[in-house]
Design a protein around this ligand. Sequence first.
Ligand code: AMP
Length: 500
Amino acid sequence: MPNIYNLFRENSKDGLDFIRAPDGSTLATYEDLEVRSARYANRLSRFGLKKGDRVLVQVEKSLESLFLYFACLRSGLIYLPLNTAYRLNELDYFVGNSSPKLIVCSPSNEGLFASICKRTGPGVKIQTLDSDGKGSINANLGNEAAVFNDQVCNDSDIAVILYTSGTTGQPKGAMISHGNLAANALALHKAWGWTRGDVMLHALPIFHIHGLFVATHLAVLNASPVIFLPKFDAEEIIRLLPVATVYMGVPTHYTRLLASPGLSRNACRNMRLFTCGSAPLLPQTFIEFKRRTGYAIVERYGMTETGMNTSNPINGPIKPGSVGPPLAGVSCKIIDQEGNETPINEIGGLLVKGQNVFSGYWQLPEKTAKEFTSDGYFSTGDLASRDADGYISIVGREKDMIITGGLNVYPREIEAIIDKMPGVDESAVIGLAHSDFGEAVTAVIVKSAGSNTDEQTIIQHLKNTLANFKVPKQVIFVERLPRNTMGKVQKNVLRGELKQ
Ligand code: AMP
């Protein structure tokens, strides 16, 4: 498959809506996507940008930023979206590391990027784009031609660099190719049974694989309208569910939807599919959502470096707590410390291989080589097990595993029990340095409103349920758990805050 944009164009899209506002009005048709992305692509080439040049983009979610993204694909430029939360030090690193030819930022950050570029070297063009989609990047854009000759790209040409969250050390730029994106979009399109009438309700950020690749690519591939929300708002989602058929969220979206009395079977009457990922979906959230709406959330698993690897099947059986079997074209292996495949239901390191898997980290060939096995599998850094039906369960990150007194403890097992206890909203189990045990199992818990549960009740319950070495040495109650924008609990932040 050449330039992925050709794949998006394959389905006839004449007269169809691309982006809808929450009030139902059409903000852009698929014809607009074609024309606007061509105009942006012509502008980028007038700036002197050439295939393979990096375009670093740190802007709020807007329709225009989507057009710019598609223009980069069409031009063979490498799109490099950044989380809007990043500040000076982080931005300095990203600019220095990726050497972009063009930076597109919010007007308020223009000066900041200019000062960074003074340090990192000349020759970087800076343009602006605000949350309303206005800025220097598209001033008089109508003067640019409405057609563009798409750059010919190979499967292996890099389309996007996404920086990993960098919980250990500096963030690494994952190089994702046109071929990776196409393979993953096609596999998910089939697995999730997309049909012509589908309408996507989009409330995810678009600087991450979930919102940009999974949600946006699939809608475009399917020529579906996207109801484009600037951010997640439970009441707004519930209000709009009746005019949508597909919703993709992170686990916190679902817990917040459940917290609203407006979530009902009636609100979901036209829905076809709810998917969830980026962090583990608690079985009780799955069960409660099914009870309230009649829908089984389809949990899937993926990561920046690989796109999506597994998904529960849409027509069941869906297993709560599992991320389902590998998607078509993806091969998963679970291995022990010696590199041998583990037996059914035993935990090991998860390796993946397939067209979806990235080609490596930007300018880090040695780091890249370390993460791949000699037979081409990528080591995800996740611990997982596989059941007799081939369904995979993610146990947690390898680096979050606790070794206490020489024994391995998997936090997720303990969290699952604590989260089911009365008076508990959620929990995170971490290892804190301990002079005797090496690491001490520590439970960090958010109580539910009005709860009077205490450390002793929690520990006593765990003692009755788990082997002693897994029982937390300490319980710490907090107001909330630190999470990143994708809803992932940041255990490294917790460990840093709580270390003695
Ligand atoms: P990111 O690269 O930021 O998308 O993070 C990828 C990581 O998120 C994976 O390596 C997993 O640790 C975690 N993750 C993603 N989806 C799931 C899921 N459904 N269940 C558990 N963990 C998940």
